[in-house]
Design a protein around this ligand. Structure first.
Ligand SMILES: [Zn+2]
Ligand SMILES: [Zn+2]
Length: 64
């Protein structure tokens, strides 16, 4: 899929692998800024390698 901001192929900044959503729910989440998207390859928050946009970035801190 393409990054919805820079139109480049959406690649995970953390692991440099192309983002391939596993199912429609993940795909939809990627286009809704209020939902967190996690890279299925490395489990890190999805960041576009091309433009640096963080998908689903939130202000609130959550301890894991
Ligand atoms: Zn990744
Ligand atoms: Zn981008």
């Amino acid at each position: 899929m393409k990054c919805s901001f820079c139109e480049a192929p959406l690649t995970c900044k953390a692991c440099s692998k192309p983002f391939r959503p596993r199912g429609a729910e993940t795909l939809l989440a990627a286009y809704q800024s209020d939902m967190r998207v996690v890279c299925p390859e490395c489990q890190q928050p999805l960041v576009c390698k091309s433009c640096g946009f963080v998908y689903g970035e939130r202000e609130e801190d959550e301890d894991e």
